[in-house]
Design a protein around this ligand. Structure first.
Ligand code: PEP
Ligand code: MN
Length: 359
């Protein structure tokens, strides 16, 4: 045996012993982190805490005397942290402020004496677009008499075609506000750009984000700065996760009055305008503590099956419904196929009252 061979074999023996010590340390690490997981479960806290993880990494890197380079040390520790989180058998998704935790209370949003969430279904009805004072007043009076508490009406219309009616804009907001006040109904209307948020917030009780704008993060950030309820509609091509993250954009900026609205997603189906993803209702309620509304009109684009679908939405746990209704749908400037006449709206409300104890 040469000197080199002797040295190599001694170094290898030390390396094997070191491997064992590292293994012992890693097992101690996992035991400790499992215990932390148990304590966190008792406290209703999520296992994965990105802030704590990044602080621990920083501590390790600051204390590293070398010679292992910092980036390598970081890779190794990240792998260890990941393993511990996986070992706890836990969620890999980061915790969001809108996530439901054990013991979270359902969010209840009050607008003009109407509660959205936490009990009785909140019904929002009204025309697709605000067209005139007379049209709004006749529709609002009709709906109010049926027990529809919240009035909708679009003043800024995000139309697929630039040649379609784009809405009365501020004039429409004024009409909506005046009619809401006259009839005694809080009003909801859509805002389509970040720039218009202060204007729309000046008239509306609830600001709506339409399906085409769910990914408009500049708009969501602006809505996070106001202190008025926002109803965020699911993007027609958005996953539930993307939808919840969009809600987080608003919530995390301090506007905690966020309502989710499922309004159908785009699929290969052509017999309905969209495909109502009814499964999203209980899943969103499980993942978040926010109220969930189902817009049955834009989901279906047709009126003939609206009753059982509205029933299904509430049976699945929705906190309310939105539907379009117009005093004279034949003359409507937008979505005339799907807007209920006041008689049809009465039929829908009767049907729901008959089928649901909570109505
Ligand atoms: C609306 O509610 O007026 C509307 C345009 O709906 P959506 O954004 O769901 O298409
Ligand atoms: Mn419409």
């Amino acid at each position: 045996m040469t000197d080199y061979e002797r040295e190599l074999s001694a170094l290898r023996a030390r390396m094997s012993a070191l491997n064992e010590r590292i293994m012992g340390n890693l097992n101690e690490f996992i035991t400790l982190s499992n215990r932390i997981g148990e304590v966190k479960d008792k406290m209703g806290l999520p296992h994965f805490d990105p802030v704590r993880e990044s602080n621990m990494l920083k501590e390790v890197l600051d204390a590293n005397p070398g010679p292992m380079p910092g980036d390598q040390m970081k890779t190794v520790f990240k792998a260890i942290f990941r393993a511990s989180v996986e070992e706890m058998g836990m969620e890999k998704r980061a915790r969001l402020e809108v996530n439901r935790l054990p013991g979270s209370r359902d969010k209840v949003i009050e607008v003009g004496g109407v509660a959205i969430g936490g009990g009785r279904p909140a019904i929002m009805g009204g025309p697709c677009s605000v067209e005139s004072h007379e049209q709004m007043l006749e529709t609002a009076r009709g709906l109010k008499a049926l027990g529809v508490p919240i009035l909708r009406g679009g003043a800024f219309k995000p139309r697929t075609s630039p040649y379609s009616f784009q809405g009365l804009e501020e004039e429409g907001l004024k009409i909506l506000r005046a009619v809401g006040d006259e009839v005694g109904m809080p009003v909801i209307t859509e805002v389509i750009s970040a720039h218009d948020v202060p204007l729309v917030a000046g008239y509306a009780d609830i600001l709506q984000v339409g399906t085409r704008n769910m990914f408009n993060y500049a708009l969501l950030k602006e809505l996070g700065r106001i202190r008025k309820p926002v109803m965020l509609k699911r993007g027609f091509m958005a996953t539930m996760e993307e939808f919840v993250l969009a809600a987080e954009y608003i919530y995390v900026r301090g506007n905690h009055q966020v309502i989710l609205c499922e309004r159908g997603i785009r699929t290969f189906e052509t017999w309905t305008r969209n495909t109502l993803d009814i499964s999203s209702v209980p899943i969103l309620k499980q993942e978040t503590f926010l109220p969930v509304i189902v817009d049955v009109s834009h989901a279906l684009g047709r009126k003939d099956v609206i009753k059982p679908i509205a029933h299904a939405a509430l049976a699945a746990g929705a906190d309310g419904l939105m539907f379009e209704s117009h005093c004279n749908p034949a003359s409507a400037l937008s979505d005339n196929q799907q807007q209920l006449t006041l008689e049809e709206a009465a039929g829908l409300m009767d049907y729901l009252k008959k089928h649901l104890e909570t109505m």
